[in-house]
Design a protein around this ligand. Structure first.
Ligand SMILES: [Cu+2]
Length: 380
């Protein structure tokens, strides 16, 4: 609730050994010879103090037996003093995020502002305003999660694969589920919580989405679309009106190549995400989509930039192979000394140059609680 702080004291109840491959050759959370799985929760899109932001080196193991160098306290405060919108929280432990998120350490989070949102008249209440959390997974024949435990460069990183693509699409914890819906409007806050898979979503039967929000903020005006791209960690807030459906079943599906965008002209197969089973009788629908939604954060004025910085992302490969071993920014590792030191109160223009084969969604974590987070999308 906007203006009402959420206070969480995080505890770690993970088992002593990871259920998925934890590659100890990565620059990562190090527990030495101790048992226990490091974890730390990051609220993505939240504006909070750095001590509550889930720094990747603020991890801790069960019972706080081992803690990372940035760990200070497990008592976090999320002020919720920001515009209403959609966030999510997930594990952020250095070098383990890929396996900890795959194992399920994630969830959806909303900042609600009823005084500002109720007058919009959008579909509301638990039945008509739903979170859809999407990701891809592979499973063993006994139903256990599967992650390949052989690295792409096994003599460098024995178990590390830079990307993960599962064959099953999971929506709210179930593979290819269905939802019974009435013939009326629904609001879906769709999160892509995949490690690497982009979704390009559309609906069968000619139904459209009306976008009302993107990540942690509302749009100024609703935008109707037939389909849209959703990169990992992005959230689309959409309204779908099933009243006009000509069919009693509607499929939400994706046709994004994996990895994205793939080779020029690559046509990916369309895969099902989930199904909506549409009721037969037309319902009274008190909800609406208004012509205007909410004011947004002011747009930055690039003329105010005092510095232009160039940040190049480069993936290093082992000699004679195409397989990456690591990714550096301007040739520097995560553990190297800080090179970019913007001054508080000034504006800068950052040009991020993606020299890798794939798209990489980026966003800036603000650790001083004075500027809003804006996701940046970098296209090669
Ligand atoms: Cu984040």
């Amino acid at each position: 609730m906007k203006g009402v702080p959420t206070r969480v004291t995080w505890t770690n109840h993970l088992p002593p050994h990871h259920i998925l491959p934890w590659d100890r050759s990565l620059a990562a959370a190090r527990v030495g010879n101790a048992a226990g799985i490091p974890t730390v929760a990051h609220l993505h899109g939240g504006v909070q103090q750095s001590t509550s932001d889930g720094h990747s080196m603020a991890w801790f193991t069960s019972g706080f037996a081992t803690t990372g160098p940035h760990f200070s306290s497990p008592a976090y405060e999320y002020p919720n003093q920001q515009l209403p919108g959609n966030l999510w929280y997930h594990d952020h432990a250095m070098g383990l995020t890929r396996v900890n998120i795959l194992a399920g350490l994630l969830g959806a989070y909303r900042v609600a502002d009823p005084a500002a949102e109720a007058p919009l008249g959008l579909p509301s209440g638990a039945e008509f305003d739903r979170n859809l959390v999407l990701f891809d997974r592979d499973f063993r024949s006994d139903g256990a999660l599967f992650m390949n435990a052989t690295g792409n460069n096994p003599d460098v990183h024995p178990q590390w694969q830079p990307e993960y693509f599962g064959t099953a699409v999971i929506a709210n914890g179930k593979a290819w589920p269905f939802l019974r819906v009435r013939r009326r409007r629904y609001r879906f806050r769709i999160l892509n919580a995949s490690n690497a898979r982009f979704f390009r979503l559309s609906l069968s039967g000619g139904l459209r989405f009306v976008h009302v929000g993107s990540d942690s903020v509302y749009l100024a005006r609703p935008v109707p679309t037939e389909g849209f791209l959703l990169a990992p960690s992005e959230i689309a807030d959409v309204v779908v009106d099933f009243a006009g459906s000509k069919h009693d079943a509607v499929t939400l599906r994706s046709d994004a190549p994996a990895p994205y965008p793939g080779d020029p002209g690559e046509k990916a197969d369309t895969v099902a995400v989930m199904k909506f089973v549409v009721g037969s009788k037309l319902e009274h629908d008190p909800s609406t989509v208004p012509a205007t939604l909410m004011p947004r954060y002011p747009k930055p004025d690039t003329r105010e930039a005092v510095v232009t910085r160039h940040i190049a992302m480069y993936e290093y490969t082992k000699n004679g192979t195409d397989e990456p071993t690591h990714l550096y920014l301007n040739g520097a590792a995560y553990t190297d000394p800080v090179t970019e030191t913007p001054r508080e109160g000034t504006s800068e223009l950052w040009e991020v140059i993606n020299l890798t084969d794939d798209n990489h969604p980026l966003h800036i974590l603000d650790h001083e609680d004075n500027e809003m987070m804006r996701p940046m999308k970098i296209v090669r």
